[in-house]
Design a protein around this ligand. Sequence first.
Ligand code: ADP
Ligand code: MG
Length: 273
Amino acid sequence: EAIDYYALREAPVRNIVPVPARGLIEISNVSKFFGKHKALDDVSLTLQPGTVTVILGPSGSGKSTLLRAINHLERVDEGFIRIDGDYVGYRRKGDKLYELKENAILRQRINVGYVFQNFNLFPHLTVLENIIEAPVVHGIYSRAQAKEVAYQLLDTVGLRHKADAYPRHLSGGQQQRIAIARALALNPKVILFDEPTSALDPELVGEVLDVIKGLADLGVTLVVVTHEIGFAREAADQIVFMVDGQIVEQGNARQVLNHPQHHRTINFLNKVL
Ligand code: ADP
Ligand code: MG
C-alpha cells in the first residue's frame, strides 16, 4: 500500500527550493539498555531551533546511541524524545504513549537527516541520482523538481560539476559533501552528523567542516558528534560532554572548552587539544 508522504507532512512544500528547516528537539530523561549495559543514562537535553549542538566524549560514551535514538534507529527504554512536539516512535493518546507502526516511524525519519562517518552513498548511483533517490521515493518531489533541488544543493556544497560522477571517482571529502546534500534534499528538521570527518585524510577535513558551518549559517538545526575541537569552538551554540551514557557537562563553547568542571572533561580536552 503506497503511503502518501506528501500529504502526511506537516507543512506542504511551498516551493521547490529546500528551505532550511528549524526543529525543536527535546530529549527528556532518556535511558537505553543493551542487555544490562546502560548505554544512555537519564539524558536530558534541549536543542533550540536553528542551533548547533556539538557532542564530545570518549569512545563508548553513548554519543552514537543518542543520535540513533533521535532518529529512532534505537528504541529508548525510558524517557522520550520529541521533535517539534512529535514523540519519536510514539504517539500520545490521552495520557499514555503508544508505539508507532513501522510506516509511521519511516515517515518520522524523513524529518531527520543523518550523515555517517563512512558517507554511505549508493555506489551504483551517480551523485545526482544519490540525491534525488529518497525525495522521489517518498513522493516529496517529482523527478523533475527533485533534479532542480539537487542542482541547487550541489551548488550549496560546491559540487555541481560532479553531478554525473559515481561516488568511487570522488575524494572522501567530496563524497561526504554529497552525503550532506543528500541529507538536505528531504528538508529535514534536524541533521545529525556522527563523526563526519573521522574517516577522512587530514587535508580533506576542512572542506567538510566548512560545508557544515555553512549550514549552521543558514539556520539548520544541527547535532554534530566530533573530536574536532576547533570546529566546536567556532560553530557550536551548545557543547555537550558525555561519559558513560551521561551528560556530565553542558554549556556554551567558552564555558565547556575554557572552563571545564568535570575531571573527565578536563582529561579529555588535555588529550585532544
Ligand atoms: P560512542 O558513539 O560514544 O563511541 P556508542 O553509542 O556507540 O558510543 O556506544 C555506547 C555503549 O553502548 C558502548 O559500550 C557500546 O559498546 C554499547 N553499544 C552500542 N550499540 C550496541 C549494540 N547494538 N549492542 C550492544 N551494545 C551496544
Ligand atoms: Mg560513535
